[in-house]
Write a protein that binds this ligand. Structure first.
Ligand SMILES: Nc1ncnc2c1ncn2[C@@H]1O[C@H](COP(=O)(O)OP(=O)(O)OP(=O)(O)O)[C@@H](O)[C@H]1O
Ligand SMILES: [Mg+2]
Length: 245
């Protein structure tokens, strides 16, 4: 099982959108996908319309992945949902939470092919847990004013705390604007081979998909953002396989 955390300390960069979209693309390819919502805002859990009482139980006590995860309306796509009670864990020692998530992921290893962790935009224990438990960290970078600031902070945190930086991609790119169109190139200059070639175009159907509680690739299979997420999903898998080889 490959495990990735989507990370950017800046809010609203596209972490949750990328988790649900990449997850849905891989699920369509018949991979068994586990999404782990680590955000007290529970945006991912709301997006795919799944919640259950005591969502964060697996971080407080040792329970199996079959108890922690729930199915969704989409084949091959399961979710460990979040709720607001996760906020109470931000002050917990990260080490304890890391051990709990690692033990959940170890149990998931034989059941799933890929796992995506969606943390909140903070620097608290939940983010550290997402960073240290995943095999690779992927940063969605939003375009616009100060686009790279969140990435710079995130890379600084990885240097300080640890975790393996896998790569970054530009998100919500409005290709009609000069500034947005430059961001993928800026990422290449800053990160070299750690910048993904694929960027995600801003597409109105992504917001519609969120409002309809459907993953974008299912809601709008022909949308530009869906095409981009398909390409990104392939690029991520190809790069990790090359690195592992
Ligand atoms: N490619 C896109 N085109 C249009 N809208 C998008 C696109 N990607 C993301 N959005 C919208 O931008 C908003 C923020 O995205 P998202 O919730 O994924 O960010 P986030 O990084 O998870 O935020 P937070 O830091 O609060 O967890 C959402 O309303 C989402 O629908
Ligand atoms: Mg989010």
């Amino acid at each position: 099982m490959k495990t990735f955390s989507l990370l950017n300390q800046k809010g609203g960069t596209g972490k949750t959108t990328s988790a649900v979209s990449l997850g849905a693309v891989w699920a369509e390819e018949d991979r068994d996908v586990l999404l782990v919502d680590l955000d007290p805002q529970a945006s991912l859990s709301r997006w795919i319309g799944t919640s259950k009482p005591q969502c964060a139980r697996f971080l407080k006590e040792k329970i199996g992945v079959s108890e922690a995860a729930v199915g969704t309306d989409w084949e091959h796509l399961d979710l460990v949902p979040a709720d607001r009670s996760l906020a109470g864990l931000e002050d917990f020692r990260a080490g304890k939470l890391v051990r709990r998530l690692e033990s959940l992921l170890a149990a998931a290893e034989t059941v799933y092919d890929v796992c995506l962790v969606d943390p909140p935009p903070s620097t608290g224990s939940l983010v550290l847990t997402a960073m240290l438990s995943a095999e690779g960290i992927i940063a969605p970078v939003q375009t616009g004013q100060g686009a790279l600031d969140g990435l710079t902070d995130t890379m600084g945190l990885i240097r300080q705390v640890g975790g393996t930086f896998e790569g970054a991609f530009a998100c919500q790119v409005d290709i009609r604007t000069v500034n947005d169109s430059r961001v993928p190139e800026l990422l290449k200059d800053k990160l070299g081979k750690n910048a993904y070639d694929t960027f995600i175009r801003e597409t109105v159907q992504v917001k519609e998909a969120e409002a309809e509680h459907i993953p974008p690739p299912v809601y709008a299979p022909d949308a530009t953002a869906t095409e981009d997420y398909r390409n990104l999903a392939t690029e991520i898998m190809t790069k990790t396989t090359e690195v592992a080889a």
